[in-house]
Design a binder for this molecule. Structure first.
Ligand code: TXA
Ligand code: MG
Length: 331
């Protein structure tokens, strides 16, 4: 199959919409990362996503809608607390879990009774969904286990010959995936951290949100148990005694003949003079925006040494992605 990359235009949306209605897959930008979209009511189309990504079938997909008023078409009820989250954060980088009705097919939810729903803020995403006239289930548009795609070229690198169309909306804003939340009677459980954090949820809705790490009883997002975001080379996160550990490991590994690259905070770049170093960002927000992009760009080294970021609103979300990229290697 030939994979086309097209800039957003009326013609592109109409073409993409027709592909979706015909049961094909289309990659599209969102404000978080690029997604691999299909008609969430068409089991055969949904299966193609799992095949294109090499994704385990027990890992459910998020359903993307163009407008809030559409949510009720796919769920059994919207509770008061869910409504508070919808009002506060949608459209935006959040996926809320609901009890599903029968419209969304079982392949999307891995046979489960719940469905995660997200309304992207990105205009290209919303127009694409609108012209498709379907609920669009979409995982991140990477091959399973690879870093999520933040530009159309990343999608092409992973999906060339596997899908007919990539809509190229430029680089994504946020760079890591949406916050996934589940609402119980009184609490919001953060199953996957993202740009919208517990403090924002408390401030805007009055609801107490806790991360799944704080609780042992609540169900996790199935996806969190798999290997994720791995670059081709080894990676270590340096959190303690940063300058000393960074310089020591760099020296030792370089001596062993390894090509090493440092991802650092802007304020620390001068501490690594004469070393192979790039600034990942000033704070957790811009480091999040760059993380997956840099992982793909610099994975041809033998080792990535990455500083921990303790500043900004996305500390948890960024660390969650970093530690997975590094397969748990933390110093
Ligand atoms: O920002 C995003 O959310 C991106 C863009 C494309 O919208 N999508 C994305 O999809 O990250 P994916 O498939 O790569 O990750 C979805 C996560 C997985 O960890 C999955 O297990 C979880 O959401 N998930 C989906 N449906 C769920 C459900 N019903 N219950 C619990 N977790 C669910
Ligand atoms: Mg993903």
């Amino acid at each position: 199959m030939r994979t086309l990359i097209k800039k957003p235009s009326l013609l592109t949306y109409i073409y993409a919409g027709n592909l979706i209605k015909n049961g094909e897959i289309v990659a599209f930008p969102t404000e978080t990362v690029y997604g691999l979209g299909a008609d969430a009511t068409n089991a055969e189309a949904v299966k193609k996503i799992f095949i294109a990504k090499g994704r385990p079938q027990d890992n459910p997909l998020i359903v993307h809608l163009a407008e809030k008023k559409d949510i009720q078409k796919y769920v059994t009820e919207i509770t008061e607390n869910q409504q508070k989250l919808i009002d506060a954060f949608m459209p935006g980088p959040i996926s809320i879990i609901f009890e599903k009705n029968d419209v969304i097919c079982d392949e999307v939810t891995a046979g489960g009774k719940t469905v995660a729903i997200r309304i992207p803020e990105n205009e290209v995403a919303r127009k694409f969904i609108y012209y498709s006239q379907r609920p669009i289930c979409a995982p991140s548009a990477n091959t399973s286990k690879r870093p999520s795609p933040t530009i159309a070229q990343h999608v092409y690198d992973d999906m060339n010959t596997k899908i007919p169309l990539i809509i190229d909306g430029g680089a994504t804003d946020i760079g890591i995936e949406s916050t996934v939340v589940r609402v119980n009677k009184n609490y919001v459980y953060i199953l996957r951290p993202g740009k919208i954090n517990a403090q924002m949820i408390l401030e805007k809705t009055g609801l107490v949100a806790m991360s799944k790490m704080d609780t042992s009883k609540i169900p996790q997002s199935p996806g969190t148990k798999y290997t994720h975001y791995k670059p081709k080379c080894d990676m270590i996160i340096i959190k303690n005694d940063v300058t000393k550990n960074m310089n020591d490991i760099y020296r030792q590994k370089t001596k062993e003949g390894k090509n090493v690259i440092i991802f650092c905070k802007k304020e620390n770049v001068n501490k690594y003079q004469n070393k192979n170093v790039v600034v990942l960002g000033e704070n957790s927000e811009d480091a999040s925006k760059n993380l997956f992009t840099y992982l793909r760009e610099y994975e041809n080294n033998d080792l990535i040494l990455c500083e921990y970021f303790d500043n900004g609103d996305m500390v948890d979300a960024l660390f969650n992605r970093m530690i997975k990229s590094a397969s748990g290697n933390l110093i």
